[in-house]
Design a binder for this molecule. Structure first.
Ligand SMILES: CC(C)(COP(=O)(O)OP(=O)(O)OC[C@H]1O[C@@H](n2cnc3c(N)ncnc32)[C@H](O)[C@@H]1OP(=O)(O)O)[C@@H](O)C(=O)NCCC(=O)NCCS
Length: 185
């Protein structure tokens, strides 16, 4: 199902476009992800672990256009990609009604309402999708900005795994959050 690009005015008075990612975004998207991963304590990936080539990033982007129950969106400001969100459905039949969310935003664009706008876009799209029922995500319990945003969007807390992340000898807990886009069961 197609996503119609939208323009959103953020709290910093800048207008950004949220649209489906294109193959030609590969290099920009990869660079943006490298930057926001390096600048975030709450994405469980080290910058040096991003080893994708531009060709592999192109394949990753294309995999979303080939799967009608998944969606990859980017936020663009004056031609620069400043964040992205993906909703990735499960390929197994028994879990085909579920999809997981991943997202990230460049540091200077956080807390501007962009996360809210990207999540709203994904949720509205998932509501229209015929297959999807349950969308979910995982977040560091300490990521208070993230957790409060997800709660505001209607996500429910659905279990903590203690000590799931370990970095520099310190343990962090992981919270799973879920949203039933076709209404609560
Ligand atoms: C998490 C992330 C995607 C959220 O996007 P964002 O654009 O910063 O979020 P928004 O500005 O739309 O919303 C943040 C909300 O949290 C609130 N908030 C900010 N700091 C907060 C804090 N310390 N405690 C509680 N709430 C907080 C804001 O007021 C805002 O709520 P409001 O719109 O009702 O005023 C973004 O900050 C990000 O990329 N962070 C780094 C990577 C990351 O954590 N990714 C998610 C992994 S699950």
């Amino acid at each position: 199902m197609k996503f119609n690009a939208r323009e959103v005015l953020l709290k910093n008075n800048r207008s950004v476009i949220i649209r489906t990612a294109r193959t030609s975004d590969a290099e920009n998207l990869l660079n943006t992800a490298r930057l926001y991963i390096a600048d975030s304590e709450y994405i469980p990936k080290l910058a040096e672990e991003i080893k994708l080539t531009i060709e592999q990033e192109e394949e990753w982007i294309n995999s979303y256009s080939e799967n009608e129950d998944s969606l990859l969106l980017v936020a663009e400001y004056q031609g620069q990609i400043i964040g992205n969100i993906d909703l990735t459905s499960n390929r197994r039949k028994i879990m085909a009604h579920t999809a997981v969310i991943g997202m990230g935003i460049l540091k200077e664009w956080r807390n501007t309402g962009l996360g809210t706008a990207m999540l709203t876009s994904i949720i509205e799209w998932a509501k229209q999708n015929k297959t999807l029922e349950l969308i979910w995500l995982e977040v560091y319990t300490e990521n208070t900005l993230g957790v409060s945003l997800y709660k505001k969007m209607g996500f429910k807390e659905n279990g903590v795994v203690k000590g799931f992340f370990k970095q520099d000898g310190r343990y962090y807990d992981k919270l799973t959050m879920t949203l039933n886009v076709k209404g609560d069961k």
